[in-house]
Design a protein around this ligand. Sequence first.
Ligand code: WT7
Length: 647
Amino acid sequence: MTEQTIESVSHENRIFPPPPEFAARARIGSREEYERLYRESIENPEAFWLARAAELTWAKPPTRAIHWNPPEARFFEDGELNVSVNCLDRHVEAGLGDRVAILWEGEPGEVRRVTYRELLEEVSRLANLLRSLGAKPGDRVGIYMGMVPEVAVAMLACARLGLVHTVIFGGFAADAIRDRLNDAGARFVITQDGAHRRGKILPLKPQVDQALTAVPSVEKVIVLERTRQPIDWVEGRDLAWHEHVGAQSSDAAPAIVSAEHPLFILYTSGTTGKPKGVLHTSAGYLLGTSLTARYVFDLRDDDIYWCTADVGWITGHSYIVYGPLSNAATVLMYEGAPNQPDEGRFWDIVQRHRVTILYTAPTAIRQFIRWGDEHPKKRDLSSLRLLGSVGEPINPEAWVWYHEVIGGGRCPIVDTWWQTETGAIMMSPLPGAIATKPGSCCVPFFGVVPKIVDERGHEVPAGSGGFLVIEQPWPSMLRTVYGDEKRFRESYFGAYPGRYFTGDGARRDEDGYFWVMGRVDDVVNVSGHRLGTAEIESSLVAHPDVAEAAVVGRPDELKGQALVAFVTLKEHAEPSPELAAKLSEHVANDIGRFARPEEIRFAPVLPKTRSGKIMRRILKSLADNRVPEGDVTTLEDPSVLNALLGK
Ligand code: WT7
């Protein structure tokens, strides 16, 4: 099927019921069963969550589930446990020590199978090293690594000691690393020499070295050897993983922490320049990711489950590490690019390892469509039984292509809506129970109460668009913005007191299905990742030639949105294509290549309101080569519009 024929398919009202064979074996096999559990979860959440919590392994089981004094949420607060014990020890004790936890494929082609026993041993060794360096519960640890099994080891070793990890995506550059480590006040960093990416070595340690020239809190850096290119070494600060971890005992007593002990901080973009350190805590996050992984992906013992996200994003945290490992699943992890050595790499991996569940992003699916059907068609994808999508609304054409070409028309698709802040999947079909509609994330998960409201917070009728809010607390919700409680309250609970505001626009149809339309704030979604335009703007204005900058998103077939930067130069500087390229490069060096503006447009002035606020609506139209419509009377200087239009 080609792109053209997909586009002509009438998809608006297509419904795909769960295939009967799938439903017959599913954990939740009917709409009625879903509804019964859902009702129970919202009518009596205290009892529902307490009963569910009993599935975890506790040092001290909780006697109550929910404390909710909005926006303050606590779950299972008198309980005590250790997250790594729930992901490792209890499976080994249950006789699953020889089961493969991580089935890893390096980009150059090596395959490693790390069993639950081996993973527990390596986690314990690294934990012992960290303990010997003086790490104490609550200390923050930066993790800047590629997609290797050791990144999961690093996260779980932190969890074992009650340390708070902050994983920094390997695509971030030195300045972004520096800001995050400083905000977190990290004492330790775990990194690697480099990662294999698209046939080349992506240097990681050098970025850390550069960042650490301005991070006084970091004492030690543990360095895994992966790519073996020469790197600088700071004696007394840097420790080689193979030398120091290998020397430790493979037995490490877990730190027993309270249910609300912080587990990790993950930075995400907001509407102001500074990224927000989203803080997740232990038991609620663990339970939320564990249950959603089990029911949304319908996990079974013999599944080979592959989530293609990078562990540096929340999807990797929740659905490569904590969710699947707490279920004793076998997780496939791939180090490299999807087009290395050619555009068929993903399908080779599916065929080679008999992958049964594939969880990826719409931007990747659109890329596969572009690369052509011959790549998946040449491979045997018959092992697949379930497909997932996350990161942005999936366009129905891409959904249908995914369903037919990858899923062979036989695999249900779970379109999962959630956020860094929600920790776990909030809306999704349950694949054996809920009929799917292409482009809809369908129905709320247990305990989730989504509402579509207008500006004043009143629910809008079915079929109308509005703002997506969540009414009740859920176990895996963020607890605060690290070091900035005020920002937490304002960003998420300021608009609608007592209710969590997602920042997304959405609608609910007559069947009660949700359709998320995207962000309503100054945040863009590029390749399935939220980027705050403000952070990119502040990088641009840090350049000596730039006076002012405004960044907006423009619809992009591949990435979802592409970044367009409007830049006003200082008196001394002249617009030129060379300078435009230089400015894009400047952002790439500062923040990372994925944040690089696709286009720089020089503008003599930016359109502003009388109060000095940049009118992004106008810039968005211009970026998309449309003439701005709507009210422009609030423009401080109406002639600006003509200048921008080149008139
Ligand atoms: C934003 C969250 C959740 C992990 C990846 C991104 C958008 C995410 C969907 C979906 C429509 C989606 C939303 C959301 N989004 N999944 N299935 N359908 N939109 O995490 O960087 O925190 O971004 O991604 O706009 O608010 P994130």
